[in-house]
Design a binder for this molecule. Structure first.
Ligand SMILES: CC(=O)N[C@H]1[C@@H](OP(=O)(O)O)O[C@H](CO)[C@@H](O)[C@@H]1O
Length: 535
């Protein structure tokens, strides 16, 4: 059987395909071929991660990881689509074309690292990837079941001859845990901070891998694991996991409800994380990617100032970031904020422009990247006796923090260790963290339209340029509401248009979202039921 067109299933520049199982083996085989071409072209080790989206119903997909642990550029995403969709009898010709077009030396030996999540289909799909790699004489190196960010880390280690870290699972745990323990010192609690966190593993690889951390962290951070079903038993991300908690704004199943105790949920491949808790009145409180980002950026700014080194630090968000978070970080913390289009590749690339680039999507995917300049200056400062003892100490602290962070991509577990380090350093419980600012009420709606591509956008997706007249309608609606903001964009991963709205109260927000959704339905070819506007 020939694969269905998979173009619409490409996601965030990782050549991630999400489609139904019947044709996945074909796609995986072809992604194996693509990985070998890409590896020869980039002259470096490439990673192939078999994992899918947060949707418990979605079957598996694949992400390709570039030599620095980053994601492929647009032109190769297009090649991925081309290879995935070509008819069998044209495949060879297409490969030849690509080889010629990109001047690829097909005689080089290349290693392709393969990782997979815990979905039952992973082993057979991984076999298809291996077949594709072997078909073009590449060498597959199987890392077995790992988190997506672990595979990104291994790829980077391999390409830097282990300068970034030792490229094994043990190397990964040791790097993160050693730095975490160094920062934590011997006092595991501090002020309002207690060293206990409830961890929702989403019945996935994040549950498996946290056990290695539990063993190594011991009493320094007591992690209680929930939603740890074995392979093929508990459903991945079902009623649990980061996406469920963020989108439902409610407690996941399986985690005991204890007032004021910090809880975290990771997603199925452990590249996203959100924090939350319930208060004494059983009210649910979410601390999402925006909150994590502001906590990290604020703390890093303090430390950078403490070293006296001139480093430019910035926070990168998308239009989905809560307006209150942007306001807080720019006005109160005085950290510059950049807004880019949805998708980690956009955030990651922008973050590379700073000495210290913090990036997070509201859904909890993010990390921090430090430039070579920043690392060199910090290493120099740590040893520079003409600086004050305090400045040297802070430089050392920052260097240890860099080792807690997986700079290659958003890493739920590394992010958790970073947040725990900061809360510990500040002596904050989850409430003090939450008190920094108050989220504006917000709402996300989906509208199904005939063709989502009739919506085009500019200004980091905050304005739509087509269909003609829609933006004016949105502007008029937004003006009616106190602190109103709304934008619409076609989803990159689902066949829908997303509508985002925020305003001063939940009632106003719900109304604004529904009104904008109705305009989208009317002007962009809505199908199915019309969105309902609350009275
Ligand atoms: C509003 C929203 O959550 N969008 C998500 C979603 O993208 P869409 O293009 O909106 O479908 O999936 C992406 C991949 O997981 C993620 O990067 C992004 O943040």
């Amino acid at each position: 059987m020939h694969p269905k067109t998979v173009k619409q299933n490409i996601q965030y520049g990782t050549a991630g395909f999400r489609t139904k199982a019947s044709n996945l083996g074909y796609i995986m085989y072809r992604m194996g071929l693509l990985a070998v071409l890409r590896s020869r072209y980039k002259q470096g080790v490439i990673g192939v991660m078999i994992t899918a989206s947060h949707n418990p119903e979605s079957d598996n997909g694949v992400k390709l990881i570039d030599p620095h642990g980053e994601m492929m550029e647009q032109s190769w995403e297009e090649l991925a689509t081309r290879i995935a969709n070509v008819q069998d009898d044209e495949l060879e010709a297409v490969i030849k074309e690509i080889v010629q077009e990109y001047n690829i030396d097909m005689s080089t030996r290349v290693n392709i690292l393969i990782g997979k999540d815990t979905r039952p289909s992973s082993p057979s799909l991984s076999k298809s990837v291996v077949d594709g790699i072997l078909a073009l004489s590449g060498k597959p190196v199987d890392y077995g079941i790992v988190t997506t960010p672990q595979l990104h880390y291994f790829v980077k280690c391999r390409n830097t001859q282990n300068a970034y870290g030792v490229g094994t699972e043990e190397g990964y745990y040791t790097k993160l845990v050693t730095a975490f323990k160094k920062l934590r010192g011997d006092n595991y609690t501090n002020g309002n901070y207690t060293n206990r966190v409830l961890y929702d593993g989403a019945n996935g690889v994040g549950a498996r891998k946290i056990k290695y951390f539990q063993e190594r962290l011991g009493e320094s951070l007591k992690i209680e694991l929930y939603n740890d079903a074995g392979i093929g038993t508990g459903k991945l991300n079902y009623l649990c996991g980061a996406d469920y908690v963020k989108s439902q704004q409610s407690f996941p199943t399986g985690v005991p409800v204890e007032p004021n105790v910090r809880c975290v949920s990771v997603d199925g491949d452990a590249d996203r994380i959100v924090y939350y808790y319930v208060d004494e009145d059983n009210k649910f409180h979410l601390l999402d990617g925006d909150r994590i980002a502001t906590l990290i950026a604020g703390y890093l700014k303090e430390l950078v100032l403490g070293t006296g080194i001139d480093l430019n630090l910035g926070l990168i968000q998308t239009a989905y970031a809560n307006g209150a978070s942007t306001d807080y970080i720019t006005r109160q913390l005085q950290v510059p904020v950049a807004c880019v289009s949805t998708g980690v590749k956009h955030l990651h690339h922008k973050a590379l422009e700073y000495d210290v680039g913090v990036y997070f999507e509201a859904n909890g995917h993010g990390t921090v990247i430090f430039s070579k300049n920043a690392k060199d200056k910090l290493n120099e400062a740590a040893k520079n006796n003409s600086l004050s003892e305090e400045q040297q100490k802070v430089a050392n602290k920052l260097l240890a923090l860099i080792d807690v962070i997986n700079e290659t991509v958003g890493d739920a577990i590394s992010d958790m260790l970073l947040v725990e380090t900061i809360l510990h350093a500040k002596g904050w419980g989850v409430q003090q963290w939450e008190e920094t600012y108050t989220d504006l009420p917000n709402k996300l709606l989906k509208v199904t339209v005939e063709d989502r591509n009739v919506i085009s956008t500019k200004d980091a997706e905050r304005q739509c340029t087509t269909p003609v007249g829609l933006q004016e309608e949105i502007d008029t609606l937004v003006k009616k509401y106190n602190k109103g903001r709304s934008f619409v964009r076609p989803s990159g991963t689902e066949d829908i248009v997303r509508v985002y709205a925020e305003a001063a109260t939940q009632e106003e927000t719900d109304k604004l979202a529904a009104e904008v959704a109705t305009k989208v339905y009317e002007l962009a070819g809505g199908i199915g039921t019309m969105p309902e506007i609350p009275a």
